[in-house]
Design a protein. Structure first.
Length: 307
């Protein structure tokens, strides 16, 4: 039985990430010829072409695209094993790449990162804030926090806590347009919409066994919920907010709950990591820190996430 070409798989993963033979060579500290020979050797072993090569462009073939995630997992696992072995003799160190939603990152994760740095002086955090969903494996992230429903993939997800979503408007808006008593009345109101929602045109609300679907027809649409709050405070419409956004505006009465007995589909905060249980100590340290700070008592692990 011959061993797998581990070097070839690692070089393939790096070339795919860099989209360049020379870029991979620089990253790995190898010659371009060594990188090229490794890819040729792996292609001969597999019997397929992994890249389309032209003078100006390098792109994955269909076969290469199907194999790249496995190659990235092989490289990540080997790297984590080496780092863990080195760290066993010392302290957790290095950089952890963390992706989080914009608003939640500013309100919750930023303060936590500050505390984490105090506890772990040899670890750095590369924090990426965006409501857009990142590709953990392809973009090289160690950990991500995600809010909402998760799709199927081989990533590992841990549900940390539920997130309640409600409708809010300013008292002035309600005074002018009325306080709806049923979702069917919302057709006469301005309902702001969130660009990254699974369905940007409608919102489903439930109360016990009752269900209603309303059309989002407001004059404001944005890819971040925080940015819609000033328009809601100014009386331009009704905004759908998760429980961690707009807390200050709610406390001072600038916006109030609309249809408090009705609820949007249940949501949750999840911690997501790439496939594989072998992680560097610095990554394990950050995961443990975030879980302790953010998880409710009934949090759980699963292989259920979105790419």
């Amino acid at each position: 039985m011959s061993l797998p070409d581990f070097q070839g798989w690692a070089i393939f993963a790096t070339v795919a990430e860099q989209r360049s033979f020379s870029g991979a060579a620089t990253t790995l500290g190898l010659s371009k010829a060594t990188v090229s020979k490794a890819i040729t050797r792996l292609e001969a072993l597999l019997g397929v072409s992994l890249f389309h090569r032209t003078s100006r462009r390098l792109a994955l073939t269909e076969s290469g695209a199907a194999l790249v995630e496995r190659a990235q997992a092989i490289l990540a696992g080997a790297t984590a094993a080496e780092e863990s072995a080195r760290e066993e003799a010392g302290r957790a160190s290095g950089t952890v790449r963390l992706a989080v939603p914009m608003s939640f990152g500013l309100s919750h994760v930023g303060p936590l990162v500050a505390g984490f740095l105090d506890v772990y002086p040899d670890i750095s955090v590369d924090l990426h804030l965006s409501d857009a969903r990142v590709d953990l494996v392809g973009d090289g992230f160690d950990v991500a926090l995600r809010i909402g429903a998760l799709g199927d993939s081989n990533l590992i997800a841990r549900t940390l806590r539920p997130v309640e979503v409600g409708l809010y408007a300013s008292p002035a808006y309600i005074e002018r347009h009325g306080d709806p008593s049923h979702p069917l009345e919302l057709s006469h109101h301005q309902l702001f919409s969130y660009s990254y929602a699974a369905n940007q045109q409608t919102l489903r609300l439930t109360r016990g066994n009752e269900e209603a679907v309303v059309h989002l027809n407001g004059r404001v649409r944005a890819n971040n919920a925080d940015v819609m709050i000033p328009a809601a405070i100014a009386g331009h419409g009704i905004v759908s907010l998760p429980d961690f956004i707009g807390v200050d505006a709610r406390r001072r009465g600038a916006i109030v709950r609309v249809l408090p007995d009705w609820h949007a589909p249940s949501s949750a905060l999840h911690l997501v990591t790439p496939p594989g249980r072998l992680r560097a100590l610095r990554v394990e340290a950050l995961i443990a820190f975030l879980v302790e700070a953010l998880a409710s008592p009934r949090s759980s692990d699963s292989r259920d996430s979105a790419n």
